[in-house]
Design a protein around this ligand. Structure first.
Ligand SMILES: Nc1ncnc2c1ncn2[C@@H]1O[C@H](COP(=O)(O)OP(=O)(O)O)[C@@H](O)[C@H]1O
Ligand SMILES: [Mg+2]
Length: 323
């Protein structure tokens, strides 16, 4: 196993042109994904998690302006790759599971067509019979009952949970080195969520690569992930192995998030805890730490100097002067 990470992001900046002006949605993201690990990416809604995923895939919307920084995937410089080589990476080495599978599944094609298309794109040289057999096996593997029938079904004929399983089956057929799952359980009810989470956990045996698991729930991430990256207002403010992050959170925002979730678990009628203050407006230009305005530990320099992401322990990085 190679020492350098599978994916390495440095200083990634993305702006969007909006009717209100320039929105600074990613403000210098640093993130490493080691080989064979499940990395959780957590942060409040609007912190830029999905934008980060789209930037990795080379699928940013047209109103994204120039992209700053670098994204290295293995030995490939993703930000300087042609549209064609990005497309080929997406079919072979990087796969994505979206929050709402309906947006990713084409309503006019059957489940079978979706799965066979993945195999065709891989160009394995196998024939249609072989593809059908592999598609059926994969549907069974992701827990879809009566796979023969489901192969002929159209996406709208399946429940949300079943559609998400089809998406996962498609992703697994790619046998990716990197699987990105963007809030794959958010649209599902709790029982189905638990089933999908255990399926993703089990997927480790099928995916030899790494998984980037995006979620707004620290609880879910703590159950599933080897490493955790905490995102706030367009930047990763802390990254560490899960055990280390939960035992020894160093960024005030991470601590606040953990406190909030503990508050949620309390069954004593306590009011839901939330972090005081508001998330930074993406249009705002912040010379200092993006969390300073909400941080109880902020000192004068936090408001006018941006803390660099730095190592505080082995594999534990944090962007905070006070950590
Ligand atoms: N195409 C776009 N144009 C303008 N703003 C966008 C666009 N896509 C996302 N945003 C804004 O970027 C911020 C981050 O969004 P997103 O990456 O979806 O966050 P998350 O996935 O963490 O909820 C939000 O403020 C969102 O409104
Ligand atoms: Mg999102």
């Amino acid at each position: 196993m190679s020492e350098f990470p599978l994916l390495s992001i440095r200083g990634l900046g993305v702006d969007f042109t909006t009717s209100r002006g320039r929105a600074h949605v990613l403000r210098g993201v640093d993130l490493d994904i080691a080989r064979g690990r499940i990395v959780g990416l957590v942060g409040e809604s609007g912190s830029g998690k999905s934008t980060l995923a789209l930037a990795i895939l080379g699928l940013l919307p047209p109103n994204a302006g120039s992209v700053q920084g670098s994204i290295r995937f293995d030995d490939v410089d993703l930000l300087n790759s042609s549209a064609e080589s990005l497309r080929s990476l997406r079919g072979h080495r990087i796969a994505m599971i979206f929050q709402d599978p309906m947006t990713a599944l084409n309503p006019v094609f059957t489940v079978g067509t979706h799965l066979r298309d993945v195999l065709n794109a891989k160009g394995s040289g196998e024939d249609a019979m072989e593809h059908n057999k592999r598609a059926l096996e994969m549907l069974a593997k992701v827990g879809i009952p009566d796979p023969e029938q489901r192969l002929k079904a159209y996406p709208h004929e399946l429940s949300g949970g079943m559609r998400q399983r089809v998406m996962i089956a498609m992703a697994l057929l790619t046998t990716p080195d990197l699987l990105i799952a963007d809030e794959p359980t958010t649209a599902l009810d709790v029982t189905i969520e638990a089933q999908i989470v255990s399926l993703i956990r089990e997927m480790r045996t099928h995916v030899r690569g790494s998984i980037l698991f995006i979620s707004h729930s620290l609880g879910l991430v703590s159950e599933l992930c080897d490493d955790v990256a905490v995102m706030y207002a367009g930047a990763v403010v802390e990254q560490a192995p899960s055990v280390e992050l939960f035992a020894n959170p160093r960024h005030p925002y991470t601590r606040a998030l953990i406190d909030c979730e503990i508050g949620l678990d309390d069954d004593d009628g306590q009011k839901l805890r939330s972090i005081p203050g508001e998330v930074l407006d993406p249009l705002a230009v912040a010379p200092g730490c993006t969390f300073a305005a909400r941080c109880s530990l902020a000192e004068p320099r936090c408001h006018d100097q941006a803390p660099q992401f730095r190592s505080v322990a082995p594999k534990h990085g944090v962007a905070c002067f006070r950590a």
